[in-house]
Write a protein that binds this ligand. Sequence first.
Ligand code: FAD
Length: 516
Amino acid sequence: MSAVVAHKVSAENETVNETSRPEELPTEAYRQAVDQADLAISITDPKANILYTNAAFSRVTGYTASDMVGQNESVLSNRTTPIWLYQEMWSHLKQRKTWSGRLLNKRKNGEVYLAELAVSPVVDQAGSITHFLGMHRDVTELHRLERLVRNQNKLIESVIDAVPVAICLLDQLGRVILDNQAYKKLVADLDLREPAHTLLDTLLPEWRLRLEEDPEQCAFPVKETRVDRPRGGSRWLSVSCQILETQSDCVDNYFSSAGIPALLLTVSDVTSLRVEQERSRAAALQVALGDVERAASIRETLAGALYKLAEPLNMMSSVVNVLQRRDPSSASILSGALATSQEYMDNLRDAIPRSAPEGETAVNLNEVLRDVLELSTRKLLAAGVTVDWSPVLTLPNVLGRPLQLRMLFKALVDNAIEAMDTKGWKRRELSIESHVLKDCVRVVVADRGPGIPEALRTRVFEPFYTNKQGKQQHLGTGLSRAYQVAVDHGALMDIYDTAGGGCSMVVEFGLDGVPR
Ligand code: FAD
């Protein structure tokens, strides 16, 4: 019966006697275990003079036990380990603490190797150090591999950092686990906490759910988006998303080779290219908008003239009716003149230029507003108006006619400038904001002019209405036209007071295309 079993029986019988104690490990077993251990073991006196070395010690150092017994451990030193390391080691040992670290040793054949050494003091019952136990292994190859990995990491980091494309890797929880300098610059430039999230929210709104349930569904080749910053202009970013497989560093997965998906987001800034394209587009736009505005104003003038002319003609027609009974010959002359006038009126009506039909397309209102600001720059500067442009960073598209929409907002901006550009007017501030609400995009054009009195607010949208008094008036000619464009787009247009004085024009476009 083994000692362990004898102990169990005695425990059950609750009778403990000396002869039933577990058998002690024979001293020889200790010696053989140390002798045959695969770790270089040495035992020294308190001054590090070697008393014993095992077989592995000889294999690592090249010194036999008889070479080493009686020698100091310092024989192993390559004399290149800094002195402070030894001082630290001895300071630990003197306090009866185990020390471990890496030293540069030299084998018997002169070969230098890196030793990972642990030294433990052996203390007697009185608390005095009687021996030291040293255990070390050659970690030269391990160190080489560590350095290799570190160098490769540094190299990869430098290469990734040198790439002019922003790169970031997101784990399965959407956390950024790796990024490069260009991405860090993007964080600062866009003043966003995590641009990757903002971009994914815009380009793939359901990305979080997909990442959790089926990460492969998050991949997309190249998508472009525009980020409008209140300061510093818009940025056009070209974004692609790939799935990478990473290995878990969690110890639970030590024996598992299953990969963990990660999102690799690459973002390149195509702003300069787009700015060039935008510049030529803006020039073409200015011409097109000028044509549209000119045609609209001719239409309005002619329609206004016809409206005014209709009044005397109606009067003449009544006179003809009266004269036909009393003085038929005069009535016939007048009737002829009336018919000729009506003919001219019809000709004039036919001469009114029709507006060229413009197709509906997906429109980014931030883009429209920026264009309008660009087109109005000269007027704004001339009138000394400062602009506070606060677009929402990313805006969903609305369905609309791009030129018409530009004309709408240009009319609002022109009116705002006109309202503040009066002699002696001090507050010359224009603010333009875009917002995304639950089911609509709202644009607010607010000036700090004299405002529009409550009583006039519905009348100002009427065609031919004007309260112009020379150059001192607030309303421009295009407000009824602007209102018509809003109506054509199913949008709501309203007038409010600007906080602190002025007029705020609010236009709301439905996101679902349903009229507001
Ligand atoms: P040393 O004069 O021996 O020591 C350098 C400094 O260490 C001194 O300035 C002093 O501050 C301090 N120091 C040295 N000895 C003592 C002491 N007895 N008490 C207090 N402070 C002291 N060294 C290696 O380079 N490689 C090894 O593999 C290695 N294995 C060791 C294993 C054991 C079990 C022990 C106890 C020590 C081992 N050493 C080893 C340390 C070694 O004993 C020497 O301290 C070291 O090699 C430096 O030797 P040195 O002749 O250059 O200077």
